[in-house]
Design a protein around this ligand. Structure first.
Ligand code: FES
Ligand code: FES
Length: 156
């Protein structure tokens, strides 16, 4: 039995008939070809699959696509002209806040969420807020620096 899902993805209306067990992550990646949403652990631990659903950061590996029916979903691809994301990406580049880049889309989505709730957060706040995002490569220091610098710039 198939289920119909209709949602807004990065500003565009999308409808599809899918298996009811399909996750939002697979709906986005496999169904729509939006591969910035990465799949690491697939059980809610690493944060690589983080997207925004109705303004809230969400682990798309833990959310069934049918549950997102009627929602407004944003992935990194849909935030190319977002002013906060533009600043974050520049600081990630300038502070060398990535190595392999696998965690980076989820880090950026979460960083944007952090900056939406904290004005110019300090390193301690950023580390606490990032505790659900795993990175195997960087040791986190430069990611924290990049988010801190972006927060300072945006607060000016
Ligand atoms: S792939 Fe979703 S939290 Fe790891
Ligand atoms: S840069 Fe490789 S996992 Fe974070």
């Amino acid at each position: 039995m198939k289920a119909k899902v209709s949602l807004v993805l990065n500003g565009e209306s999308v409808s599809a008939e899918i298996e009811p067990r399909e996750t939002l992550a697979d709906f986005i990646r496999e169904g729509r070809g939006l591969t910035a949403t990465h799949l690491g652990c697939e059980h809610g631990v690493c944060g690589a699959c983080t997207v925004e659903v109705n303004g809230l950061t969400t682990r798309s590996c833990l959310c069934l696509a049918v549950k997102a029916d009627g929602s407004d979903v944003k992935t990194l691809e849909g935030l190319g002209s977002d002013p906060v994301m533009i600043v974050l990406k520049r600081w990630f580049h300038d502070e060398h806040a990535l190595q392999c880049g696998f965690c980076t889309p989820g880090m950026l989505m979460t960083a944007r969420d952090i900056l939406s709730r904290h004005r110019a957060p300090d390193a301690g706040t950023i580390r606490k807020e990032l505790s659900g995002q795993l990175c195997r490569c960087t040791g986190y220091a430069n990611i924290v620096k990049a988010i801190e610098a972006a927060g300072k710039e945006l607060a000016q």
